[in-house]
Design a protein around this ligand. Structure first.
Ligand code: SAM
Length: 351
């Protein structure tokens, strides 16, 4: 039997990438590095027994592994911050995001793992006319360990093609010493929104942080079963209070409609997908971190808005309380990034 492969998670956040590697099997999380204290607490609540250290990756290197790692590191994974590259953001050329990408490369160079996986926003590809990503891939491809180099593969994958009920495109840059990897095959089957969140109870109050028993008798989809695990209680639910005019808008929207289909007297400005009533029979559009105005539950006619953090749709958790469901009230993160789907186990070497 093979020893599990040791994983170092850089810029670990709430642990989405780590969760994918854990779910894939055959990996042992050795240590996670993250600056945000809330993220570290959440990471630790989610990943029992794995050390997450509050540290700036710029101050982290091979010399630290002996003290903080629970064993050898064979693979380095990481989702460096992407604010600087987001096409929705300011795309500041001096944003530290670019520097942090190259810190990932520096740590790979120092630690010399057998493989690495870096995840980021597609906006990285066009940032500074592609020069940053070019430089990054060249830097990673030139690293050597003995007589081997990393064979680096870059791909853009949509989470919806790998079992997530949401379209979410991400760049994956993957390197393996000496070998090329093939990206996992996309599946034509999609988990629809209603297959993901159709089991959630109606809100009965807008008070945050209340606990609500999850209905037991509901016929659960495989996705719902997997998300619930052993949980029997839903935590941290809260519904935004909406002003009258918003409620009127929501009342007229049908599935697939958004602010552009509103009648004249209810017209609203804003981005294209604002006031989108989600389609129950398709994966959700990409859920945005700070704007939940375009994610209206397909069946809720009363105007209540389910938060983007509905347990089965969660993107990221930023506080130890986070959101989610669980038998003991601990935060349980749900993730959307591709490598968090267990699909890492399907990345194969070129024959
Ligand atoms: C895109 S998130 C990572 C998400 C994570 N891979 C997941 O799946 O949950 C980037 C993370 O990097 C952290 N971060 C930012 N600057 C950092 C630094 N200099 N060193 C370590 N972590 C940093 C942020 O706090 C944030 O949690």
């Amino acid at each position: 039997m093979h020893e599990p492969v040791g994983v170092l998670d850089l810029y670990a956040g709430a642990g989405g990438l780590s969760a994918g590697f854990q779910a894939a099997g055959g990996y042992r999380l050795a240590v996670a590095v993250e600056t945000g204290q809330d993220a570290v607490s959440t990471y630790e609540a989610n990943r029992h027994g794995v050390a997450a250290i509050t540290r700036d990756a710029r101050d982290f290197g091979r010399r630290d592994l002996g003290q903080v790692s629970s064993g050898p590191v064979d693979v380095i994974i990481g989702g460096p911050p992407c604010q600087g590259f987001s096409v929705g953001g300011p795309r500041d050329p001096h944003h530290p995001s670019a520097e942090l990408l190259f810190e990932f490369a520096r740590i790979v160079e120092e630690v010399r793992p057998a493989a690495f996986l870096l995840e980021n926003m597609p906006g990285l590809l066009s940032f500074q006319r592609g020069t940053v990503v070019d430089r990054l891939v060249r830097t990673l491809s030139r690293l050597t360990v003995g007589r081997y180099r990393y064979t680096v593969v870059l791909d853009v994958l949509d989470a919806a093609a790998y079992g997530v009920p949401q379209h979410r495109r991400r760049v994956f840059i993957c390197g393996v010493l000496g070998e090329a990897l093939r990206c996992p095959a996309a599946s034509s089957a999609r988990v629809t929104l209603i297959e993901a969140i159709g089991d959630l109870p109606e809100w009965t109050t807008s008070s945050p942080d209340e606990e609500l028993p999850l209905p037991k008798a509901y016929p659960l989809t495989p996705y719902q079963k997997a998300q619930r695990g052993a949980a029997d209680v839903l935590y941290n639910r809260s519904a935004k209070r909406l002003e009258e005019r918003r409620l009127e808008r929501l009342a007229v929207l049908r599935e697939g409609d958004d602010r552009r289909t509103l009648p004249d007297h209810l017209k609203a400005s804003g981005r294209e997908g604002k006031y989108c009533r989600l389609r129950s029979s398709a994966p959700s559009p990409t859920i945005l971190a700070h704007d939940t105005s375009g994610f209206i539950h397909p069946h809720d006619r009363s105007g209540r808005v389910r938060r983007a953090s509905s347990p089965s749709m969660m993107m990221s958790v930023s506080s130890p309380k986070g959101c989610g469901c669980g038998p003991s009230g601990r935060a349980r993160s749900h993730w959307s990034s591709m490598a968090s789907l267990g699909s890492v186990s399907h990345w194969t070497s070129e024959p």
